[in-house]
Design a protein around this ligand. Structure first.
Ligand code: BG6
Length: 472
């Protein structure tokens, strides 16, 4: 008798082909219908590009946008709920009904179109009021407020949502505390606040994992982790170790805590070496142990090469990554914004995650290519994005055939949107939105060439992706 499992030989029939966005990057209507101000709103106002007030106005185009998703053939759509649209101050006694109505409309439209909602609870948009009230995530109180918010959202929408993501790219929030509205003039104190916010976010999520399993035993819930695959600059063990420890600190930490229910040793060592104290209280370890994720969301874009540097000043993030230098590799197709095209890196990353957590279900929650683009006669010929999608889908199939349990692919982004730091001229969408940094114009939507390429991928379950490389 053969007891070995049979490896899949292609994308499964029920594979969820999707696309991804987040609330503040698409919705607009930042001050409408009772929504409270968020850190993302304030950060965008300070940028030299456009702000979140209109964004690409998905709030008022929701029916049209879901129709475009349905025409594309999407099987899933990953979006986020704005905490401050549900609770304008983050912890109001009652939810804001107009905000609830908006997400009910969106979710109902998706369900009607046969599109599985994949819902992120928190994507870079902490309610500003929580920062004013008590410092936001730098304070333990945020655990209870996030839990209350998540519980409310699970109660409101859980009958129609099977996939939940708790926090988007927590490691980024922890290492760039200003993204959570956390500040301090003293650098060491700022890092300590950042690490404590990290710790509170771990605890808050563990409580929500547990709650979700109790409320909806069939549902899947997990973190959306930023996964940047790093390669060492050369064969020296020192560079290889640095590159590994960066991957641990930026990506695996969020997976390790979510799936193993404890703080990993490499993180404890980092805290000790940096002289940073966590606010660990009795009962915390039990909370982490008793609430675990049951799948992973991975945001994967590209690979990077790093080498040790003599310069001690942090080159990346806010302190965690020091003595390191990013090296560009001209052999790869690079974008203006320092993204490289390296699809085999995705297969490599997925194998590593699967080695660490065998057979864990994985949803690719982001994967995308930015370009400056213009509309010509109502069309956008985004050939590089097609090349990017083709290459990554090709390697995704390889990963599935390797035995990695990938269940869904949601490229970033469905629509052109407000990038985190670079306005709308850095476009990622399958659908072009006719606006620029200066003017909202008419916000008309135009499917790009990549939309039609991806439509064929979905229709044929990727039978049109036969070559590793296509020309750009
Ligand atoms: C991910 C975020 O880090 O990268 C998205 O989850 C973001 O919100 C995406 O938009 C691309 O980054 P950027 O800076 O180009 O918007």
């Amino acid at each position: 008798m053969n007891n070995f499992r049979t490896l899949p030989d292609d994308f499964p029939k029920n594979f969820l082909w999707g696309a991804s966005t987040s609330a503040f990057q698409v919705e607009g209507a930042a001050n409408e219908d009772g929504k409270g101000v968020t850190i993302a709103d304030l950060r965008s106002q300070k940028s030299k590009y456009l702000d979140t007030s209109v964004s690409v106005d998905h709030y008022h185009h929701v029916v049209e946008d879901v129709q475009l998703m349905a025409d594309l053939g999407l099987k899933s759509y990953r979006f986020s709920i704005s905490w401050a649209r549900i609770f304008p101050h983050g912890n109001d006694p009652e939810p804001n009904q107009l905000g609830v109505d908006f997400y009910n409309q969106l979710i109902n439209e998706l369900v009607k179109a046969g599109i599985e909602p994949i819902v992120t609870l928190f994507h870079f948009d902490c309610p500003q009021s929580l920062v004013e009230q008590y410092g936001g995530w730098a304070n333990r109180q945020a655990i209870d407020d996030y839990y209350h918010y998540a519980k409310t959202v699970l109660e409101l929408f859980g009958d129609r949502v099977n996939y939940w993501l708790t926090i988007n790219e927590q490691s980024l929030l922890a290492n760039v505390p200003s993204m959570n509205g956390i500040s301090d003039s003293n650098r060491t104190r700022l890092r300590e606040k950042g690490e404590n916010s990290n710790y509170y976010m771990f605890l808050a999520q563990a409580k929500v994992y547990k709650l979700c399993h109790q409320m909806y035993p069939e549902a899947k819930i997990g973190p959306a982790v930023s996964y940047m695959t790093n390669f060492p600059y050369d064969h020296t063990s020192a560079n290889a170790l640095k590159s590994k420890s960066m991957e641990d600190m930026i990506s695996f930490i969020d997976m390790d805590v979510a799936l193993r229910g404890q703080l990993p040793d490499y993180y404890l060592r980092y805290l000790k070496d940096s002289g940073l104290q966590l606010d660990i209280q009795e009962g915390d370890a039990k909370i982490l142990q008793s609430g675990r994720a049951n799948y992973l969301g991975l945001n994967w874009y590209s690979t990077s090469i790093f080498k040790l540097s003599d310069d001690e000043s942090p080159k990346m993030l806010d302190g965690v990554i020091s003595n390191v230098e990013k090296v560009s590799d001209d052999r790869l197709m690079n974008s203006e914004w320092d993204f490289s095209y390296d699809p085999v890196g995705l297969r490599f990353a997925l194998q590593k995650v699967n080695d660490r957590f065998p057979n864990i279900p994985i949803i690719i929650t982001e994967c995308g290519w930015p370009e400056r683009e213009e509309l010509v006669d109502g069309k956008v010929h985004d050939q590089k994005r097609i090349k990017y999608l083709n290459g990554h889908i090709y390697e995704l199939r390889q990963a599935i055939e390797d035995g990695v349990n990938v269940i869904s692919f949601n490229p970033w982004s469905f629509l052109d949107l407000l990038s985190v730091n670079d306005g709308i001229s850095k476009r990622y969408g399958l659908v072009f939105v006719d606006r620029d940094n200066e003017s909202a114009k008419e916000l008309k939507r135009y499917p790009k060439d990549s939309y039609y390429f991806y439509q064929e991928v979905i229709r044929t379950n990727a039978k049109n992706v036969t070559q590793r490389e296509i020309d750009n």
